[in-house]
Design a protein around this ligand. Structure first.
Ligand code: GDP
Ligand code: MN
Length: 385
């Protein structure tokens, strides 16, 4: 199950700019009056662009040029009334209109068959890459990148050279590919695309359009995307909201075993172990590093709010997180009556013995390995189910 969070063009460009990629100056507007104000600020002819999560806005009447702020206002008014691909246009992006010398395509996506990233470039940008692939496949340059490897500056220059660029333009264009690669790595990007990347008549390269789709299942690693853009917030349930308020990575799944761990990698491994022993996880809950007793208690409380939960597996690798703190949190949750299902604990690392002692005093069993803990929790769930 792979679903995507698509960013609006202006959101994607915010990220592009954060990576110091050149984009045309401008801003977002939700009303024609705002559009006019942005156009005044730009102080030059502008392009007015519908902000919808759909491609080919140009052809749908969602991209218009204006020589004056008044004209930008009129265009914004028209575009804000449009529905493109059955989606309402809730905002427009106003940007300096570029004098086009050439429209270029630059993008990176995942080739699932090859299990690699593929960096794609073409000197014949502007139209969709699918159309280009059909009509002029020879004009598309591709380079595959191992997900565990890297995409290096000389390879980016090779791309630009293969696309037909010369001299100092090679370096200029290469830097766009390298920045896209940085963004792909930073945000678990499924697809990012600049189409067109415009070479202006005065020799500048700028990202005139921006597409950025992030793998949904990686969003817990990029809370700023959710928080900054608030896309998901309306759809968040109480548990998700509480988790995000408490800075915990929390994802609900279809099974019945809540996995509460510290660190995304360990949480993922715990989910895998549960699956391996024939169980199904209900919850991915990463407490983060240095979890205090209060945090552990809160995490258990949140996990227990999900009606699907039939058992809890706490798996902690003590590092900055101390096992005695975790044990105290578990005991507090138990005292509060939060834990109404079987509980399995595996704790190793910093202050392991102190933690175990605390649990022992309360008669709470614990296990030493993740495998034992995973198989135990699966067994317990079968008994209660
Ligand atoms: P899309 O149709 O949804 O992909 O929207 P784009 O942002 O790619 O815009 C469509 C087309 O409008 C581009 O291929 C360009 O030809 C043109 N365009 C977009 N931005 C600019 C700009 O800043 N200046 C000029 N002159 N043309 C632009
Ligand atoms: Mn485009």
């Amino acid at each position: 199950m792979v679903s995507l969070m698509k960013l609006f063009e202006h959101e994607a460009k915010d990220i592009f700019r954060a990576f110091r990629m050149p984009t045309p100056p401008g801003g977002v507007a939700k009303t024609p009056q705002e559009a006019k104000r942005v156009a005044v600020e730009v102080g030059k002819p502008v392009v007015v662009k519908a902000q919808v999560l759909a491609g080919k806005r140009g052809k749908a009447g969602g991209v218009k040029f204006a020589d004056t702020p008044e004209e930008a206002e009129t265009h914004a008014k028209d575009i804000l009334k449009l529905r493109i691909n059955d989606l309402p246009v809730e905002a427009v992006l106003i940007e300096e209109k570029l004098e086009i010398e050439q429209e270029i395509y630059a993008g990176i996506t995942i080739d699932r068959n090859r299990r690699k990233y593929v960096v794609i470039g073409s000197a014949a940008g502007g139209m969709s890459i699918e159309e280009l692939a059909e009509e002029n496949p020879e004009k598309i340059i591709k380079m595959y990148v191992d997900p565990l490897g890297d995409f290096l500056p000389f390879e980016a220059r090779k791309m630009a050279l293969a696309m037909g660029f010369k001299g100092k333009q090679i370096q200029q264009l290469a830097s766009f590919f390298l920045k896209l690669w940085e963004i792909v790595k930073a945000y678990d990007v499924e697809l990012t695309e600049i189409n067109p990347l415009i070479l202006t008549k005065d020799g500048r390269f700028l990202a005139a359009d921006a597409r950025l789709n992030v793998d949904d299942s990686a969003l817990y690693r990029h809370k700023e995307l959710i928080e900054g853009f608030r896309r998901e917030s309306a759809e968040q349930n109480e548990r998700e909201r509480l988790a995000s308020e408490n800075d915990m990575a929390y994802v609900e799944l279809d099974g019945n075993i809540a996995c509460i761990c510290n660190g995304a990698g360990l949480t993922m491994a715990t989910l895998d172990a549960v699956t391996l022993y024939g169980g199904n996880a209900s919850t991915f809950l990463d407490l983060g590093g240095g979890a205090t007793a209060e945090r552990v208690e809160k995490g258990i409380e949140i996990a227990m709010m999900y009606p699907k939960v039939k058992a809890i597996l706490v798996n902690i690798m003590g590092g900055i997180t101390r096992c005695d703190e975790v044990a105290k949190g578990i005991i507090a949750a138990r005292r509060d009556g939060d834990i109404t299902v079987p509980l399995v604990i595996r704790m190793v690392g910093t202050n392991e013995e102190e933690g175990q002692e605390i649990l022992q005093k309360e008669g709470i069993p614990f296990l030493k390995t993740m495998e034992e803990a995973a198989s135990k929790v699966v067994e317990l769930v079968k008994e209660v189910a």
